[in-house]
Design a binder for this molecule. Structure first.
Ligand SMILES: *Cc1c(COP(=O)(O)O)cnc(C)c1O
Length: 466
């Protein structure tokens, strides 16, 4: 059923690296690469593009995925269960879910009809929204990865200092005495906003000193909110990569400081991947079938790649060839697409092809992808889309008008996938080649909504009046 994958072009990694080095700082030197990968020319023009991953293969559980397996996802899931009593104690709003931080999956038929009216019956099957925009504590998808990594670090510290014994309830960690212990330690992170919020709020609740290094993209209200939680916010005039670099340097100088490294962290990735196990239960509960005759399509906004990568990695372990994962990035910051198209992963930045990396989609404003997500996703990702900022606002308003759900602009990127799958030449070919075209009536499409519930009222109206 699967097309045997062949490397996209014969250009070797050495040649590519060579022409990248030769090109700096001038973009013109990249010309030979552009010929090898014509899509890069389109990306340079800030066009909305579709990329089908030629590296996608039939799913094999035993493939070497940077050492990650389903066992690691299960381990992460168990860790979150151990922490549930603690989370419930610190954040009573998680009580109804027994201390699990989980969002709803719901049908959005009215949005589906409106997309079909606008684009001409392009969407067949059911359209659903996964509302990570409404996750407790941080109001974004970062409540999965960011919080998981802080908890994992906390568990290690507590175990190493004999503060937790086998079988004891983690609720104990919420005591004043424990807070005092954790206040000797510092957590630091670089962020465009949402990662800082999730790590800042959780770390402060545990008792840590917290420093968040914010890039220039970060919105003011996110910094204000963090400061209200006694988080130290350092602001940089530079982009995300620079903010991370500064944060890492500062953290390295302090032996009691732990740096959450979004560019390389496998813990963040695994925290995100737990979403897949939880989603499976929700899909079953809604009576949605996923099998050979019922394909599942998932569209996830992508920044550095950890969140969409972790979620997709988890979903592929569960649904294998019956799930089709697509990432969506801003036309100004398509770092994962660029890294995967060229095979250079974090060896290339969007600035290398002359893009600014500047976008209203602050959660996705990342110029260079994670160092390992591209490699893990090589055989698993179906493809990727880019979306213009203006289009994000359009989806945002459309969702508000049809379903009365508010998302921040970054979080609307997934709709580009749902809207484009059934109308673009590349994706239509993908469906034909995989014998999916005649099964689309039975398909389910999940748009992953990644943030928005904590956006203050005045900023919301500003967005909606854009
Ligand atoms: C961070 C973020 C993403 C993407 O996550 P990455 O791990 O950076 O790829 C998507 N949407 C929103 C709202 C985010 O904050």
């Amino acid at each position: 059923m699967y097309i045997k994958s062949t490397p996209e072009k014969e250009l070797t990694m050495k040649e590519l690296e060579h022409c990248l080095q030769a090109s700096q700082p001038s973009v013109a030197g990249l010309a030979p690469c552009m010929e090898k990968f014509p899509i890069i020319r389109e990306m340079q023009k800030e066009k909305e593009v579709v990329w089908i991953n030629p590296g996608l293969t039939e799913f094999r559980a035993d493939v070497e995925n940077c050492g990650l397996t389903i066992k690691d996802i299960e381990d992460a899931e168990q860790r979150l269960l151990r922490f549930a009593p603690f989370i419930m104690k610190c954040f009573p709003e998680t009580g109804p879910q027994n201390g699990l931080i989980e969002s709803e999956l719901e049908f959005i038929p009215s949005m589906g009809r409106t997309l079909n009216q606008k684009y001409g019956d392009i969407l067949q099957g059911g359209l659903l929204l996964k509302k990570d925009s409404h996750l407790a504590i941080a109001g974004s998808v970062k409540a999965r990865g960011g919080i998981y990594e802080v908890l994992k670090h906390t568990e290690s510290l507590a175990l190493a200092h004999g503060l937790l014994k086998e079988g004891e309830s983690y609720e104990k960690l919420a005591s004043e005495e424990m807070r005092k212990f954790f206040s000797r330690y510092t957590i630091q992170v670089g962020s465009t906003g949402n990662l800082g919020m999730s790590i800042g709020i959780m770390s402060a609740a545990i008792g840590y000193q917290v420093i968040v290094h914010m890039s220039s993209d970060a919105k003011k209200w996110k910094k204000d909110l963090l400061r209200s939680h006694h988080v130290q916010v350092l602001e940089y005039e530079t982009d995300y990569v620079e903010a991370v670099k500064k944060g890492r340097e500062l953290s390295d100088q302090n032996p009691e400081s732990y740096f959450v490294d979004d560019e390389n962290s496998k813990d963040l990735f695994l925290g995100y991947s737990v979403a897949a196990k939880r989603l499976q239960r929700q899909i079953d509960r809604l009576g949605i079938r996923v099998d050979d005759a019922h394909p599942l399509f998932v569209y996830i906004p992508c920044g550095i790649g950890g969140a969409p990568g972790g979620i997709s990695f988890g979903l592929k372990q569960i649904y294998k060839d019956n799930v089709h994962c697509f990432f969506v990035e801003p036309t100004q910051a398509p770092c994962m697409m660029l890294g995967m198209v060229t095979g250079l992963n974090d060896g290339i930045s969007v600035q290398d092809i002359g893009l600014s990396g500047l976008t209203q989609a602050d959660g996705l404003a990342v110029p260079r992808p994670s160092s390992f997500v591209g490699k893990v996703m090589r055989p698993l990702l179906s493809g990727a889309f880019t979306v213009q900022d203006e289009h994000l606002y359009e989806y945002m308003k459309m969702l508000m008008n049809t379903e009365k759900i508010f998302l921040e602009p970054s979080a609307c990127a997934g709709f580009q996938g749902a809207a484009f799958l059934g109308q673009k030449e590349e994706t239509l070919r993908y469906l034909r080649e995989r014998h999916l075209a005649d099964k689309m009536e039975n398909a389910a499409h999940i748009v992953w909504a990644t943030g928005g519930s904590m956006v203050p009222e005045d900023v919301r109206s500003e967005y909606l009046n854009h």
